[in-house]
Design a protein around this ligand. Structure first.
Ligand code: ACO
Length: 324
């Protein structure tokens, strides 16, 4: 028995901000951003919070999978930008779509979040505990970037993407792994909150570590190393060669990272599905948004072998080999 992706969906805020728009906010240019990252534009929230993006994605998944909300067993949302500390986005989605029989929760693994969430859903389904799940990566990164820091604010966008998955006897997830290297946690951080209370003398000052902080070069090194090793392990464990792969859907952080990964793996660049030019880096939403686009375009057929792979804060990584 395995777990199969039956439907994909995605939702992004309507407001599109180009590199030229960014150049009005910080000292940057379309040329710099395009050359260093591959990003041309990104969707930025006009006020919709992360739950709105997740709910819209969940509704689309139900519609495309032809399922009723009350038939959903499990809802897992990956995010680093939830509306609240509690409730979880999962519970908010559960309420809005009326999935009264589901159990819902969130997980956090930054840009690898969708891979972690899908891996968890897969375990619940393979062990027979649940028959199906809605798995979503959803982010409004615009609320946690420092809009005066040109080295980070140009990189990110808002959006959500997801998959409806269910028990399958034939095609589905063939092999997967998730991993983490906590000793590198401080090369990419966001959302730090200080421990302030009436019994200590911490001052009420803005915490600079609330915003995305990143050692870009170290993240670059980690990303290229961890993704390459992870994809190689997954292929080896599955007994599948790189030639058999129809598409790789990588985390959309930077085209140059994907160029290095493609060269090291010996998988041609054309097989890497990219849409970073239109979305920027949407963290946990980036892989499912790209997968949904690939699916909507009809570029993958039943039985095609597809790799989903990503890396993120933590530091974390995750790779999945899927028979579509
Ligand atoms: N516009 C113009 N100039 C800029 C900008 C900008 N937006 N940002 C930085 N610069 C300048 C810097 O100030 C620096 O100037 P200096 O040489 O005068 O000091 C110069 O450009 C080079 O800066 P670097 O940070 O060295 O640029 P680099 O080539 O390393 O590119 C980048 C930066 C794109 C972040 C790169 O390091 C990278 O891709 N790292 C991988 C990390 C990543 O992709 N993170 C995404 C989020 S994390 C995740 O998804 C898990």
């Amino acid at each position: 028995m395995t777990t199969r992706i039956i439907a994909t969906g995605a939702y992004a805020p309507g407001q599109v901000i180009t590199n030229d728009d960014m150049a009005k906010v910080v000292d940057t240019s379309d040329e710099w951003i395009t050359q260093r990252t591959g990003i041309k534009e990104r969707h930025i929230s006009s006020g919709e919070n992360t739950s709105v993006l997740a709910v819209n994605t969940a509704r689309q998944l139900l519609c495309r999978a032809g399922k009723k909300a009350e038939d959903i067993d499990l809802i897992i949302i990956a995010s680093v930008t939830a509306d609240y500390g509690t409730p979880s986005l999962g519970c908010m989605v559960q309420k809005e779509i009326g999935a009264s029989n589901a159990v819902a929760f969130d997980i956090t693994a930054a840009c690898s979040g969708f891979m972690f969430a899908l891996s968890i859903a897969d375990k619940y389904i393979k062990t027979g505990i649940y028959n199906n799940a809605i798995v979503i990566g959803a982010e409004t990164l615009s609320k946690i970037v420092d809009w005066s820091d040109r080295s980070t604010c140009v990189l990110f966008g808002d959006g959500a993407g997801g998959a409806y998955v269910e028990k399958s006897q034939t095609d589905g997830i063939i092999e997967e792994e998730i991993g983490s290297k906590g000793e590198l946690y401080d090369i990419l951080t966001e959302g730090h909150t200080e421990c302030k209370n009436v019994f200590n003398d911490k001052k009420e000052e803005p915490d600079p570590l609330w915003y995305v902080n990143m050692n870009g070069r170290e993240v670059f090194k980690f990303a290229t190393k961890s993704v390459v090793k992870s994809v190689e392990r997954v292929l080896k464990n599955a007994g599948v060669t790189a030639d058999e792969i129809k598409f790789v859907v990588p985390h959309q952080a930077n085209t140059r990272i994907v160029d290095v990964i493609s060269n090291k793996l010996g998988i041609p660049h054309e097989k890497f599905y990219m849409n970073i030019d239109r979305y920027g880096n949407t963290s946990s939403a980036s892989i499912p948004i790209a997968l949904n686009e690939l699916n909507e375009k009809g570029l993958i057929e039943r039985g095609d072998k597809v790799i989903l792979t990503g890396f993120g804060g933590g530091m974390t990584w995750g790779t999945m080999l899927v028979s579509w």
